[in-house]
Design a protein around this ligand. Structure first.
Ligand code: ATP
Ligand code: MG
Length: 395
C-alpha cells in the first residue's frame, strides 16, 4: 500500500523526530478496499505544540488545538494531524465533554466508531489493526469497535453512521451491532438535527442505499430522521439509479408526500433553502408519469425550468418517463423554443402600450403563452400583438 509523497513527507518528518505517525480512519479503509481516499488524516503521538514546531517551515493552521488537531499544508494539500487521544465522558449520547491525549495508538483506535475505520498504517511499521478491520473489510461487515451497546450509548450519531457506511461501502451490518442500533435508536433524539441530516444525505447519495433504508424502516429509525416518513420499497429501489446529486436523490425520496410535508421534513434535516426548494420541485414533478403531447412537453419544460434534466433523471429512475415524451422534451430543449412567459416575444409593457389595463395584462399574457406552447412558430412580436388586440376586444 502506497500513500502519496506529500503524505509520506509529513509522516517521515514526525517519525524522524522520534514520534509515531500514521494515516488513519477513512483513508486506510479506502486504500484497503482499493478506492482512492478523499483525503488523508494523520494521527501522531506528538502533542499539538510539538506538531506545530515540527512543521514550522510549512503553512500550518491550528484547526482544533483543544481536540488536538493541526492542519498542515503539504504541497498544497491540507492534512489534518491529530494527537492520539482518548475521549472523555460522554453526556446525553453526544460529543465528549473533554479529550485526553495518549501516546498509545491502540487507545486512539479504540475510541473510533467501526472496525473498518479503526486502522492505522505507515510505510515503516505497516498496519495497526487491533480490532480486525481488515478481516471485516474482507467479510464486508460494519462492526462497532468494542461493545456496540456502549458505543452507541456514548454517541448515538454512530447509529446513523453505521447505516451510512453500509450504504457507501455496500457492507452488511454485523448482527450484534445492528441489534444495539435498534435498541438505542431513541437516543437519536439527543443528536443535533443537522448532523443527522448530513449522514442521511450521504446515505441516499451512496451506491447502495436500499438495504440500510430497509433496515432503518424495520427499526423505526425514520421517526428520528424524517418524522416517520419513508416511501415505498419501489421508490427506495429507484434511489441508486440516477447520478448522486443531492436534489435528485432527495427528490425521488420525497416523491410520495405532499409539498407541505416535504418542506417540513427537509427543514427537519436542516438542508439549505435552495436544496429544499429544488427538492420539492423535483419531487412534485416526478410524482406522476411523464407523458403527453409536444405541447405538454413544452409546458413541462416551462414548469421545471433549470431543473428539467433533474426531473427527467428522477422520473426515468422511477420508471415514469415515457420515451416519446422524453424525445419531445429533448427536441424542444434543442430548439430553445419559448416555454414560459419570460420567453414570449411580447411583455406586459407592450400590452400596456396597446391600451390594455389592470388584471387583463396578466390574463392576456397567460393566454398568449398557452397559444405559443401550442404553436411555437407564432412566438413573434407582430403576430402576438395582433392576437393580444383581438383578445382584449373580447374582454
Ligand atoms: P469519509 O470518507 O466520509 O470522510 P471517514 O471515515 O473519513 O469517511 P469522518 O467522519 O471524516 O469519516 O471521520 C474520520 C474518522 O474519525 C473515522 O474514520 C472514524 O475513525 C472517526 N470518527 C468520526 N466520527 C466518529 C464518531 N462519531 N465516533 C467515533 N469515531 C468517529
Ligand atoms: Mg473523512
Amino acid at each position: 500500500m502506497r500513500y502519496p509523497e506529500y503524505v509520506a513527507k509529513i509522516i517521515e518528518r514526525l517519525e524522524s523526530l522520534g514520534f509515531e505517525a500514521y494515516i488513519v480512519g477513512g483513508s486506510v479503509r479506502d486504500m484497503v478496499i482499493g478506492k482512492d481516499p478523499n483525503d488523508f488524516d494523520v494521527t501522531t503521538s506528538a502533542l499539538p505544540e510539538q506538531t506545530l514546531a515540527a512543521f514550522s517551515d510549512y503553512r500550518t493552521i491550528p484547526t482544533g488545538l483543544k481536540h488536538g488537531t493541526v492542519t498542515v499544508l503539504s504541497d498544497g494539500n491540507p492534512i489534518e494531524i491529530t494527537t492520539f487521544r482518548i475521549d472523555g465522558e460522554y453526556l446525553d449520547s453526544r460529543r465528549p465533554e473533554s479529550v485526553e491525549f495518549t501516546d498509545d495508538i491502540t487507545a486512539d483506535l479504540s475510541r473510533r466508531d467501526f472496525t473498518v475505520n479503526a486502522m492505522a498504517y505507515n510505510h515503516a511499521r505497516g498496519f495497526i489493526d487491533p480490532f480486525g478491520g481488515k478481516r471485516d473489510i474482507a467479510n464486508r461487515l460494519i462492526r462497532a469497535v468494542g461493545e456496540p451497546h456502549r458505543r452507541f450509548g456514548e454517541d448515538a450519531l454512530r447509529i446513523m453512521r453505521a447505516f451510512r457506511f453500509s450504504a457507501q461501502l455496500g457492507f452488511e451490518i454485523d448482527a450484534d451491532t445492528l441489534a444495539a442500533a435498534g435498541e438505542l435508536t431513541p437516543k437519536l433524539a439527543n443528536i443535533a438535527r443537522e448532523r443527522i441530516g448530513v449522514e442521511f444525505i450521504k446515505l441516499i447519495c451512496s451506491a447502495r442505499p436500499e438495504y440500510p433504508i430497509e433496515l432503518m424502516r424495520e427499526l423505526g429509525l425514520f421517526e428520528y430522521v424524517t418524522n416517520g416518513y419513508v416511501p415505498s420499497a419501489e421508490t427506495v429501489r429507484a434511489l441508486s439509479a440516477p447520478p448522486a446529486v443531492e436534489r435528485v436523490r432527495l427528490g425521488i425520496f420525497m416523491s410520495e408526500c405532499d409539498s407541505e410535508r416535504a418542506g417540513e421534513i427537509l427543514h427537519g434535516l436542516r438542508v439549505s433553502n435552495k436544496l429544499l426548494s429544488n427538492t420539492k420541485n423535483i419531487a412534485k414533478n416526478c410524482a406522476a408519469r411523464l407523458s403527453g403531447t409536444e405541447t405538454d412537453a413544452r409546458r413541462f419544460i416551462g414548469s421545471c425550468g433549470e431543473l428539467t434534466e433533474d426531473v427527467l433523471a428522477a422520473a426515468r429512475a422511477l420508471g415514469r418517463l415515457d420515451a416519446e415524451f422524453e424525445s419531445y422534451v429533448r427536441e424542444n430543449l434543442a430548439k430553445k423554443v419559448c416555454t414560459d412567459s419570460k420567453g414570449l416575444a411580447i411583455n406586459g409593457s407592450h400590452l400596456i402600450k396597446l391600451g390594455i389595463k389592470g388584471r387583463d395584462v396578466g390574463e392576456i399574457l397567460a393566454r398568449l403563452l398557452e397559444h405559443v406552447l401550442e404553436y411555437p412558430e407564432d412566438n413573434d412580436t407582430e403576430k402576438l400583438t395582433a392576437l393580444a388586440k383581438n383578445l382584449s376586444e373580447k374582454m
